[in-house]
Ligand binder design. Sequence first.
Ligand code: FAD
Length: 369
Amino acid sequence: MSKNREYDYLIIGAGLFGAVFAHEATKKNKRCLVIDKRNHLGGNTYCENIEGINVHKYGAHIFHTNDKFIWDYVNSFVPFNRYTNSPLANYKGELYNLPFNMNTFHQLWNVKTPDEAKAIIDKQTKEHKTKRPTNLEEQALSLVGKDIYEKLIKGYTEKQWGRKATQLPAFIIKRLPLRFTFDNNYFNDTYQGIPIGGYNMLTNGLLNGIECRTGIDFFEDRENLSDLADNIVFTGKIDEFYDYSLGRLEYRSLEFKHKILRKSNFQGNAVVNYTAANIPYTRILEHKHFEFGNQENTIITEEYPLEASIKNEPYYPINDTKNTNLYKAYKEMSEQDQIIFGGRLAEYKYYDMHQIIGAALARAKKLLS
Ligand code: FAD
């Protein structure tokens, strides 16, 4: 290992994986340089402050975990508020609470007790339970029945995947939890919330005192940048790291249309899903409600699902057989290298924020102890 390089670690990507790793390495007196090709830090958690409102530029980010250690860790950088994710569904102007619970069942069928709700669901699922589901539609019908499927699942899922539910594999929906209590809290985790002042406070806390350079794409100056440090942590796309030599890994993407509205409150909730097929977007976010804002104006974001393409931002890995095998081949290749690959793009895996923090802490512990 060279002794005269400027840094111990070059960390490519200033998302949560890179930021947590850099923080832990710096605590161990390692010299770190963090670079990111975007013009800001924070990766997908980045918020742009517009009109005093923290706008989640890359989609709604709600922190939730069951792990007290991770919760205390993030709260040591910034306190979190008491935001509880309780999305609504709008189906042709009718509003339903999510996740499916006694409020939803009351709105659908005017039932008031769990027994009444169960009786309807049992009746509607019975006829679909006999045969093995061959596609997503059959699977959903056997789990929740016709009414919930048609109003709250079908259109949304078809928009999300860009394909008919009858052409989607059944395994996409493994379970559809039904809650027979009046509880609109989307997550079952013990802890959840949004950093007070927004996610940039968390990023800034993690990266405080660490040298960071934005607007720098590793691949545009690969050799010189690699020469700067003894070790490289790479959190970008693993297929890009190997020049797509085995082919491209595919991702579903999203387009975000942000709008400033000259009114104080548009939909009264941070997240509203649009479940009918004729509305092109899947959700509208109203950002001020993540932080109980009372600004004069409001900012909303419509989320439009997009096909995987080279031009689109990579958001959700498509873990089908073809892509899974391709990732395995890249992973094998990476095992010959000294590079530390981590994060959602390098591991081609959907991770929630608490999971990525856990993964970065574990990796740092292993490598730095
Ligand atoms: P990223 O945040 O993507 O960071 C990777 C960074 O690497 C990026 O900033 C990128 O610009 C940089 N980079 C890539 N290539 C290069 C290069 N060549 N040179 C320089 N820099 C490079 N999690 C939750 O817990 N709750 C939620 O509600 C939630 N909502 C989500 C909504 C959406 C739409 C998406 C896509 C994800 C959501 N997540 C949520 C997951 C969360 O975003 C991830 O867990 C987290 O962002 C992963 O961090 P990361 O560091 O691996 O990746």
